[in-house]
Write a new protein. Structure first.
Length: 328
């Protein structure tokens, strides 16, 4: 039902992955990073990617609004950066000027509801600035459910299909998940691993301690008997690794229990894992709630597994956190 949307989104994400790699390869992180109010870095790539995605989606699906992380306010007082964004995005969009560039950025202001696209132009910005992992994440949400998810992971190395670096993961609800190399080649099905013994599992978590309670997650891993060291990588690449069967568990348990996750950080990746046969929930075992626009529903934490381990991982998380037992 959503094959056209998936195909279009895959093409757009592939295009902007090339843009982002070009910027990453030439970036001087200290000189090109801005600072938003929340103190997270914004780069030329974040903004240029959002401009291109916004314009491409408007052309392909003019009735669909966009909810995206950035806006033109990030350029206020940064004329040099605005010129760089215009230069990079203009390589992909003919006739782009400052006014149309700002309009494309501000088009991402949808508040949620109905059918809309959600974009994280550079998910894992700190990894991007370090020259490491990041993802371009684009998803289609309709009536609070993710229907299409596409992850571009330009620096991710996977061992399937002969290995290689740079992968695109995509999924349509009810239609399965697929992977193919950004450099080209045949698609291959994405399938989670079949590990049922947590002692054999590999756990993924964020590189940044600010994004995840590493000590807590280490205690949960110990409770499960996981022997392997955690796989720490930036961005929604963690979802792609689980979907490809190269890790079994991804935990994101923020240190602040009042923290609300952003929809663009999980929309695309969660669907890819689910359609690869895995399961993604909050700590109550409930599916992620994308009906609230920018913020996920009130559930705490993200637990992503291969499905076979999910209940055991949930129980270990809740026991370590001192929460009551899951109701069955």
């Amino acid at each position: 039902m959503y094959d056209q949307e998936r195909e279009t989104a895959c093409g757009i994400v592939t295009e902007v992955c090339a843009l982002s790699r070009r910027v990453q390869d030439g970036i001087a992180a200290a000189g090109e990073a801005l600072t938003k109010g929340d103190r997270s870095p914004v780069t030329v790539a974040d903004l240029a990617v959002q401009v291109v995605v916004s314009r491409r989606l408007a052309a392909a699906f003019p009735a669909d609004p966009l909810l995206a992380e950035e806006d033109a306010a990030a350029l206020a007082g940064h004329e040099g950066t605005a010129a760089r964004v215009l230069e990079e995005a203009g390589r992909h969009l003919g006739g782009l000027d400052l006014g149309s560039m700002r309009a494309a950025l501000d088009r991402g202001s949808h508040s949620g509801g109905g059918r809309y696209w959600v974009l994280d132009p550079i998910d894992g910005t700190k990894g991007f600035l370090r020259g490491e992992q990041y993802a371009v994440a684009l998803a289609l949400v309709e009536n609070g459910r993710v229907q299409v998810g596409v992850l571009g992971c330009p620096r991710l190395r996977l061992e399937l299909a002969g290995g290689g670096t740079g992968w695109l993961a995509s999924a349509v609800r009810g239609g399965g998940a697929r992977l193919h190399a950004l450099a080209g080649g045949a698609e291959v099905p994405a399938r989670v691993d079949g590990i049922g013994d947590p002692a054999r599992a590999v756990l993924c978590e964020s590189v940044e301690a600010a994004h995840a309670a590493h000590s807590l997650q280490g205690a949960i891993a110990a409770r499960l008997g996981i022997a392997a060291a955690p796989c720490r990588i930036d961005s929604q690449c963690k979802y792609a690794v689980v979907a490809a069967g190269e890790a079994s568990i991804y935990l994101r348990l923020p240190r602040d229990p009042s923290y609300r996750e952003k929809s663009w950080d999980h929309a695309a990746g969660s669907l890819v894992v689910e359609e690869a046969g895995g399961r993604v929930s909050d700590l109550e075992g409930r599916p992620l709630d994308f009906s609230g626009g920018r913020l996920l529903g009130s559930g705490r934490g993200i637990v992503c597994t291969n499905g076979a381990l999910h209940d055991r991982v949930l129980a270990a998380c809740r026991a370590e956190l001192g929460l009551e037992s899951l109701e069955r």
